[in-house]
Design a protein around this ligand. Structure first.
Ligand SMILES: Cc1cc2nc3c(=O)[nH]c(=O)nc-3n(C[C@H](O)[C@H](O)[C@H](O)COP(=O)(O)O)c2cc1C
Length: 204
């Protein structure tokens, strides 16, 4: 299956067969996440792989009782980790200088590079970190299609409650949930706005 085929075949799957998902398959999915692009290559995605039925049920309870969360054999809790932004930025900027994206002078004048980031300015990076996690999640969703698996993005959830259930540290921010399993439905394509509507303008 090529990328276009995977993009066109992907659906939000909300009915799953009870078939278990092997560790090898989960590794394939998480490898797809690992190769996602990320701003300054900080790679802030972290995943909790939930297979335990009781924990899945508690997560469902904190996600408006969405039943696909317990039907799927695996639920990925996809999180953004803010600590790489406190720790790795100098190394990441060096990488971008080596790649030719930034001038060497960036190592002197990149904002905040030469002093440690305080917790408040780290928190401000949360939307950026989550954006990167979203890209990794979509890599997972597309790789899953190519392996005959189904997924569904879930953001209707109480992130704080789920963080408590999983005893997550404060620096991990839940971006979304992703049930994974063998699809037990084959939904028709959902409506999309026409191409002409999404091209706001062409600037030539
Ligand atoms: C950020 C985001 C959040 C979503 N949250 C939920 C959700 O909480 N529950 C759910 O069943 N589907 C959720 N969806 C799936 C959308 O409803 C779905 O992508 C959309 O209706 C288009 O259908 P398709 O994915 O089958 O093409 C979410 C999708 C995205 C991208």
């Amino acid at each position: 299956m090529n990328v276009k085929e995977a993009i066109l075949a992907r659906r939000s799957i909300r009915k799953f067969k009870p078939d278990p998902i092997s560790e090898e398959l989960m590794t394939e999915l998480l490898e797809a996440a690992r190769w996602a692009p990320s701003g300054t290559n900080h790679q802030p995605w972290r995943f909790v792989v939930v297979r335990n039925p009781e924990v899945k049920a508690r997560i469902r309870g904190a996600a408006f009782n969405q039943k696909h969360l317990t039907e799927a054999p695996v639920v990925l809790v996809c999180c953004a980790d803010l600590t790489p932004y406190a720790r790795d930025t100098r190394r990441r900027i060096e990488e971008l200088v080596e790649a030719g994206a930034l001038e060497a002078s960036s190592l002197e004048n990149y904002p905040g590079l030469n002093q440690p980031k305080d917790p408040e300015s780290l928190k401000k990076l949360a939307p950026h970190a989550m954006l990167n996690v979203a890209i990794a999640m979509e890599h997972i969703a597309l790789r899953a299609v190519s392996l005959g698996l189904g997924t569904c993005w879930i953001q209707l959830m109480k992130a704080r409650e789920i963080a408590e259930i999983l005893e997550l540290p404060e620096h991990l921010m839940i971006t979304g949930l992703m049930p994974v399993g063998v699809p037990d439905q084959d939904p028709a394509p959902r409506p999309r706005v026409p191409l002409a509507e999404i091209i706001y303008k062409v600037v030539e």
